[in-house]
Design a protein around this ligand. Structure first.
Ligand SMILES: CCCCCCCC/C=C\CCCCCCC/C=C/C(=O)SCCNC(=O)CCNC(=O)[C@H](O)C(C)(C)COP(=O)(O)OP(=O)(O)OC[C@H]1O[C@@H](n2cnc3c(N)ncnc32)[C@H](O)[C@@H]1OP(=O)(O)O
Ligand SMILES: Cc1cc2nc3c(=O)[nH]c(=O)nc-3n(C[C@H](O)[C@H](O)[C@H](O)COP(=O)(O)OP(=O)(O)OC[C@H]3O[C@@H](n4cnc5c(N)ncnc54)[C@H](O)[C@@H]3O)c2cc1C
Length: 670
């Protein structure tokens, strides 16, 4: 048997902590680690889940392959009698975007969040058993961010006890819903509710769009795919669709009636729950997307880190561990470290804030069940803000990782182009990132205005209670080591965040109306929201370190990562920190000194830190990120697999190359 050479073994031997213990920290618990590890291996070893040929498939082949895999996933879930937790891991590791993401991730949560108990009893078993396949049809051709501006109508017909769903204009066509184009049989459709001639705004309706017998669209329904999207593979395995209704009738009881309902007599009745619960599915998915951002970023970082340890360029002659003369590993260049290590730190930071957000969401759901709606505004602000912050940083980070791999990063076989193409729309779906930050700033301005009324800020805004101190405090750092003190870091971030918010609040008073002020100051408001969200990530990382963290050397590594995450943010947003007086220029320079020293401290551990993500080669899908580091022979092998190399002389030679060459030859002879 061929011995598998581990080109990264020397790197692994340098680690100063227990990778196995770190794997548990990354997974969240021993149980989560064990389940996810088992399912990851199950997926990786099943040829039915092969995905290395995706980049060369045509759109139709890719789509069909995604359908096949989704059906196979369902089959395996049932054959193996997987629990809900195991089934989620299976879908996750299969790593193929398909209609099932929208079905499980949005359609089912929308029903759970907005339907009455009775409606849930009818629809959830059908959805859970995949007897119907659902999509989430909110966005329209002319309206995405502005949900209140949706045009589709649902007009109540008292005579027949039905709603008539209609698309009155081209711009009211539903546009983008995943799984809609070719697969979904049902949709949660967001439409303006009209009864008794009055428009009550946007509400959710459960609408069947395709026949369960022959899959043809039902009468009055026009539906199709919106076309190819950015990048090969990636989102092109999903049929994002368009949908138009021509007076389609549905029974009255297919309005999702938890928040409000229409009676048999056509009377609109509000319940005692806030209308924002209609947007509950968005809060749910935004929270999941934060976890997804840490995964996408950590995948890219894992690839770039392993490859940076394998790749060698320039440098004074070195001897490797076998005494052979070699060039410098690119990971030892300080520029490479200053680009890569903050991304590694961010992956961990986002993991921990994602864990906390999951807790916040679970807590919200428990409170909502007890009719306590008090934490809904904060949950909305946190999910919106952190979704925005983490997806923007992860998308930029993946792109940086591809550049960190030089030319080979641009190859499909690096896995990075597809990862980027698949992830970058997260900056737009579930709310454009800027629009979401503006929601956070609205929440911040409200919180600041309530300080004057004596209302005590809670949760992630609790720091605002100390506004008087934070507005005038001075950072105490005198030497580089002082930047390792978590309370110093926290105060600098709190001071920056509150000073930016207070400046916005003061400036807003200078405008004739709040609307005008919000519009004029929106770039500043976005910066204040970013500062607040970064503070949340920093504080949750610091809180994580205060927990009981077991394992040889694990806590020390996390402390170094936390320092790098925070100090790099100070470095990147120096303008904010200096202009608000949160730190001085001298302290900024000390922060940079400390950051450099943290990179050196981290260096020998980075391969082990990416191993702790516990990603299989199948999941990573990257020749550059292979666990064994055996990059060059595998790149060569992959190149041979390209369809262009199926023949020695390419198709088209006889039509287009040979005549050209002959012509040139004849011309030369003349
Ligand atoms: C097991 C497998 C599961 C797989 C799961 C998959 C999970 C993901 C993982 C990987 C990803 C891969 C798959 C990707 C799938 C992508 C699917 C994408 C779907 C979509 O994009 S659906 C469409 C989403 N659309 C949006 O997000 C639109 C954005 N716009 C809005 O949210 C809103 O309109 C708004 C927030 C901009 C509101 O603007 P407006 O000023 O008009 O405000 P009002 O509507 O009047 O609201 C006022 C009031 O309400 C508060 N508010 C607003 N939104 C919410 C909310 N969601 N929750 C609670 N509260 C809310 C707002 O703050 C205001 O409060 P105050 O009056 O200020 O107190
Ligand atoms: C891959 C993908 C999958 C999707 N899946 C679904 C789905 O399953 N179901 C569904 O319903 N939808 C889906 N969507 C649609 C998605 O939710 C919307 O694209 C998103 O909400 C943004 O809306 P928009 O496209 O209208 O952007 P717009 O709002 O038109 O944004 C355009 C620009 O205007 C700016 N802008 C907009 N409003 C403001 C403002 N108030 N202040 C300042 N700037 C502003 C934005 O920042 C952006 O730069 C999907 C989208 C994508 C890309």
């Amino acid at each position: 048997m061929e011995r598998i050479m581990d080109h990264l073994a020397h790197e692994r031997s340098k680690a100063q902590f227990s990778v196995e213990e770190m794997k548990i920290i990354w997974a969240g618990s021993l149980h989560a680690f064990q389940v996810s590890d088992r399912i990851a291996r199950l997926v990786a070893s099943d040829p039915g889940f092969r995905k290395d040929n995706r980049a060369v498939l045509s759109r139709k082949e890719l789509f069909k392959s995604a359908l096949r895999k989704a059906a196979y996933v369902w089959k395996r879930i049932n054959e193996l009698a997987l629990s809900e937790e195991e089934a989620s891991w299976l879908r996750f590791y299969v790593d193929e975007l398909a209609y099932a993401y929208i079905h499980w991730g949005m359609f089912v949560p929308a029903i759970k969040g907005s339907a009455t108990e009775e409606q849930q009893q009818k629809w959830l078993p059908l959805a859970n058993n995949m007897q119907i396949i659902g999509t989430y049809a909110q966005t329209e051709l002319g309206h995405g961010s502005n949900v209140r501006g949706l045009e589709t109508t649902a007009t109540f017909d008292q005579e027949t006890d039905e709603f008539i769903i209609h698309s009155p204009t081209l711009t009211s066509s539903k546009w983008w819903p995943g799984g809609l184009g070719k697969v979904a049989t049902h949709a949660v459709v967001y439409a303006r509710l009209i009864t008794d001639g009055q428009d009550y705004g946007v509400h959710g309706f459960l609408v069947q769009i395709r026949s369960l017998d022959d899959h043809f669209p039902l009468p009055g329904v026009t539906v199709g795919d919106i076309g190819m999207k950015f990048g090969s593979g990636a989102f092109n395995s999903i049929d994002n669709g368009f949908l138009r209704f021509n007076h389609v009738r549905i029974p009255r009881n297919q309005m999702l009636m938890k928040v409000s309902r229409v009676t048999r007599q056509g009377k609109y009745v509000e319940s005692n729950v806030p209308k924002q619960l209609l947007y509950g599915a968005m809060v749910y998915v935004r929270q999941i997307i934060v976890a997804d951002a840490s995964i996408a970023l950590s995948r890219a970082v894992c690839i770039a880190t392993r490859y940076s340890a394998v790749r060698r360029q320039f440098g004074p002659p070195h001897e490797d561990e076998n005494g052979k003369g070699v060039e410098t590993q690119v990971i030892d260049y300080k520029t490479q470290q200053s680009r890569l290590f903050p991304l590694l730190a961010s992956a961990y930071a986002f993991r921990f804030v994602g864990e906390w957000l999951k807790w916040l969401y679970t807590d919200l759901i428990q409170k909502l069940e007890a009719n306590d709606f008090s934490t809904l505004p904060e949950a909305h602000a946190c999910t919106a803000g952190l979704k925005s912050l983490t997806t923007s940083a992860a998308a930029d980070g993946i792109k940086e990782c591809w550049k960190l791999c030089g030319g080979h990063g641009y190859l499909s076989s690096s896995g990075l182009p597809e990862l980027y193409a698949a992830f970058v729309p997260a900056c737009t779906y579930e709310g454009d990132n800027i629009v979401l930050l503006l929601q956070v700033s609205r929440f911040l301005m409200k919180t600041i205005s309530q300080l004057q009324t004596g209302k005590k800020p809670i949760g992630t805004t609790a720091y605002m209670a100390h506004v008087e101190h934070l507005i005038q405090c001075r950072c105490t750092v005198q030497k580089a080591e002082d930047w390792l003190n978590p309370s110093v870091i926290l105060e600098a971030f709190e001071a920056r965040a509150i000073r930016l918010s207070v400046a916005c609040a003061e400036n807003l008073t200078k405008f004739a109306t709040p609307l005008q002020g919000f519009s004029e100051l929106s770039p500043d408001l976005v910066e204040a929201a970013v500062a607040h969200c970064q503070l949340i990530v920093v504080s949750k990382f610091i809180e994580k370190l205060q927990q009981n963290i077991e394992g040889n050397g694990v806590k020390q590594q996390l402390e170094t990562l936390c320092n790098i995450y925070c100090l790099n943010l100070i470095h990147k947003h120096l303008g904010d920190f200096l202009s608000t007086g949160s730190i001085s220029p001298k302290q900024a320079s000390l922060a940079s000194d400390q950051l450099r020293s943290r990179y050196s401290k981290l260096r020998s551990n980075v391969i082990a830190l990416v191993d702790a993500f516990n990603y299989t080669d199948h999941f990573l899908g990257s020749v550059l990120g292979r666990y064994d580091g055996n990059v060059y022979p595998k790149l060569y092998e992959e190149a041979w697999k390209d369809p262009l190399n199926d023949s020695i002389v390419p198709d088209g030679y006889h039509e287009y190359i040979q005549p050209l060459l002959k012509q040139q030859l004849q011309n030369a002879r003349l």
